[in-house]
Write a protein that binds this ligand. Structure first.
Ligand SMILES: Nc1ncnc2c1ncn2[C@@H]1O[C@H](COP(=O)(O)OP(=O)(O)OP(=O)(O)O)[C@@H](O)[C@H]1O
Ligand SMILES: [Mg+2]
Length: 494
């Protein structure tokens, strides 16, 4: 009992009368990695937000180091010793790394003049970045960082507080394998220094590597605790979703149709001389490390970034210039990597978001009826299992994974011929992943063409007909479905 650092007792929480957490009991031990898993919308982030002072609980008690604590603000949580790295980052893009780490508690040079000590910020931030093994100048603006680096800034920010309990809400969702390995090293180091980590992830295969204890949440309740030595991944999945998931990747392979997308010596800011193609009925993968240029290639094809060299050929026609309007007219869709920034309109309803991409098209035929809109939105909401009381719920009120499903639904209902998916299953639970793979398979069965970027190698190998590897903005290899193995792909990526 005395090695418990944080005790959660009978915590309940509702949002506008809808219960999200019911009677949660959990104890976090000193120096342990306590993993929490559960489907999208199970209540994981809500529970973490209660512990870290973002939300107020309706009922229940918290004990820290054996004493009852009232955590009613983020500041209070930090003072007690509980830090959190949120699923959605909270960084200010136009400030430097150092300014973000010390935001709201900047060291002052002299009490009289209240001048911020930028040198000290810089020095201390550098130490933190060094500790994390990152070779970046702390004066770099966050705006210029990739997602993985931003994630590390969040970690640095949390470390800076010397938390005794550090919550990580899906820290690896945006990281590649190499960066994940590095994060795990940091977690082990923190653990050896007596820090407890509460760790949330949908990447079940990594849990075995890092967890000491595992708690499964389903529909706002604890279904069980497992000691990690005795738990198998299948068992965890069964507890999470209440059913077995077999054959996630249900692809059928046929002859391909005509070539619909081709890049010819395509070059732009971060890549050059890219020659790739996709046929109807085909899923083609792009593999590579974060920052290799995969997302930039996708954005250039979709007209978001300018073509600098070469061309994009669509249905055999050459384009030296592309815009998102033109791409949308040509029935190209892009499910972006950064769904918060570029994907969903947070202040709007699920219904509006899903129908948004197709609105112009529905308009062309006739005036859009509320009925059609409702029917379309409801269909996709059900198909993807978006968890919400109604299609009118605002997207910002959904759980992280459900927000992503909304963006995917939006492009799926846009009836595109060529679909580009950038990390489609990031942050998505196992059950919904299988649904998304199913829908992708169905799309190519119907003759659509898919280009898929993913850092999840088993997923790429399971889903793709062919895989290109990208390194430093160049295509380094191409593998057919039968040739592709994780080892070969990794070797071509690094
Ligand atoms: N501020 C809010 N207002 C209303 N409902 C909310 C709010 N925050 C969360 N919810 C609802 O609470 C439920 C649990 O959400 P939560 O974010 O805790 O899920 P999660 O387990 O973290 O899921 P994910 O794996 O998708 O991140 C969801 O149904 C969500 O819509
Ligand atoms: Mg969450």
């Amino acid at each position: 009992m005395n090695d418990t650092i944080l005790e959660i007792r009978n915590i309940s929480k509702s949002f506008s009368g809808v219960p999200v957490l019911e009677d949660i009991n959990m104890s976090i031990k000193k120096s342990e990695v306590h993993v929490i898993v559960g489907e999208n919308g199970a209540g994981k982030s809500t529970l973490m937000k209660i512990i870290s002072g973002v939300y107020r609980k309706d009922k229940g008690d918290l004990f820290f180091e054996g004493k009852p604590v009232q955590i009613n603000s983020v500041q209070k949580a930090l003072n007690v010793g509980i830090g959190i790295i949120h699923q959605e980052f909270n960084l200010l893009p136009h400030r430097s790394i150092g300014q973000n780490i010390f935001l709201g508690r900047e060291p002052i040079k002299s009490n009289f003049l209240k001048v911020i000590d930028h040198d000290l910020i810089c020095k201390k931030s550098k130490e933190l970045l060094d500790y994390l093994g990152l070779d970046i100048d702390p004066r770099t603006l966050v705006y210029n960082l990739g997602i993985a680096q931003q994630q590390m800034v969040e970690v640095a920010k949390a470390l800076c507080f010397k938390s005794k309990v550090l919550i990580m809400d899906e820290p690896t969702a945006t990281l590649t394998r190499k960066e994940t390995v590095k994060l795990f090293e940091i977690i082990r180091k923190l653990k050896s220094e007596g820090v407890s980590i509460i760790y949330i992830s949908h990447r079940l295969e990594e849990i075995k590597q890092i967890a000491d204890t595992l708690t499964v949440l389903r529909d706002g309740r604890i279904v069980g605790d497992l000691s990690i030595e005795n738990a198998s991944i299948d068992q965890i999945i069964r507890m999470m979703v209440g059913r077995e998931i077999k054959d996630q990747y249900k692809r059928q392979y046929h002859m391909h149709g005509e070539e619909v997308l081709k890049t010819e010596n395509l070059g732009a800011k971060r890549f050059s001389n890219v020659n790739i193609n996709v046929h109807r009925g085909e899923i083609v993968g792009l593999s590579g490390l974060v920052g290799a240029g995969r997302t930039e290639i996708a954005k250039t094809i979709f007209g978001e970034d300018a073509i600098e060299k070469g061309s994009v050929n669509i249905y055999g026609k050459k384009y030296h210039r592309m815009s998102t309007q033109k791409a949308t007219k040509l029935r190209i869709g892009l499910v972006p990597e950064d769904r918060k920034e570029e994907g969903a309109i947070m202040e709007m309803s699920i219904r509006h978001n899903i129908v948004h991409a197709v609105l112009p098209r529905l308009f062309k035929s006739s005036v859009i009826s509320k009925k059609t809109e409702l029917a379309v939105a409801t269909k996709y909401m059900e198909e993807l299992g978006i968890k919400a009381p109604s299609v009118n719920k605002l997207v910002k009120l959904l759980s992280g994974g459900n927000q992503q499903k909304v963006v995917i639904a939006k492009w799926m209902c846009a009836d595109c011929e060529i679909l580009i998916f950038d990390e489609p299953t990031r942050g998505i639970d196992v059950g919904a992943k299988a649904e998304i793979y199913g829908i992708m398979s169905e799309l190519v069965e119907r003759g659509k063409a898919i280009l898929m970027i993913s850092s999840d190698l088993p997923e790429l190998i399971g889903m793709c007909d062919r895989i290109y590897t990208i390194k430093d903005g160049m295509v380094t290899a191409e593998f057919s479905r039968t040739e592709a193995t994780q080892e070969k792909i990794l070797a071509a990526c690094v």
